[in-house]
Design a protein around this ligand. Structure first.
Ligand code: FMN
Length: 158
């Protein structure tokens, strides 16, 4: 049986990008959280997946409201990654964003935006895997991605 420290240490060696996943509740209030467990899934049809902790407030929201936005953070947006993972933070205060066609927040200066709709979800351990169709996707030219590696932030050198 693998202990959780070793598990974290091993999986932390898999470098990833960082995203902010956003959705809206019934009252039209915006919610967002930092997610690195984001993955390309299918080209035809275009699909992605995100893995969300059962304990995260976004978990219940995505079960009820299948539309969500993904902002892939740029290297200048490390602060957003921290803020959207901090409890009680006023996550959208003072942040520049636009809205996607389905109304979700898309953060300005992200390296890319996606608008997605959950098509399936599967319970897996303490997370749920949300599989989603990509309805819209837009890259920003020139942006450099924020990376997450071994519990810290990094940037590409090239
Ligand atoms: C770099 C980074 C990546 C994260 N990736 C995920 C993730 O993929 N899935 C997840 O459920 N939580 C992830 N988290 C943790 C959530 O962002 C954090 O628990 C957040 O506060 C949950 O939202 P809530 O406070 O509204 O419940 C990550 C945090 C950081 C800093």
């Amino acid at each position: 049986m693998i202990d959780s420290e070793t598990f974290r240490s091993v999986l932390g060696r898999f470098a990833s990008g960082v995203t902010i996943v956003t959705a809206r509740d019934d009252a039209g209030t915006d919610h967002g959280m930092t997610v690195s467990a984001f993955c390309s899934l299918s080209l035809e049809p275009p699909m992605v997946l995100v893995c969300i902790d059962h304990a995260a407030s976004m978990h219940e929201l995505l079960l009820q409201h299948p539309r969500f936005g993904v902002s892939i953070l740029s290297s200048e947006q490390e602060g957003f990654s921290r803020r959207f993972a901090t409890e009680d933070a006023e996550r959208f205060d003072g942040i520049a964003y636009s809205r996607g066609e389905c109304g979700v927040v898309l953060l300005n200066e992200a390296v890319a935006h996606l608008e997605c709709e959950v098509s399936q979800h599967h319970d897996a351990g303490d997370h749920t895997i949300f599989l989603a169709r990509v309805e819209r996707a837009e890259p920003r030219e020139g942006g450099r991605p924020l990376l997450y590696y071994r519990g810290g932030y990094a940037q590409l050198e090239r």
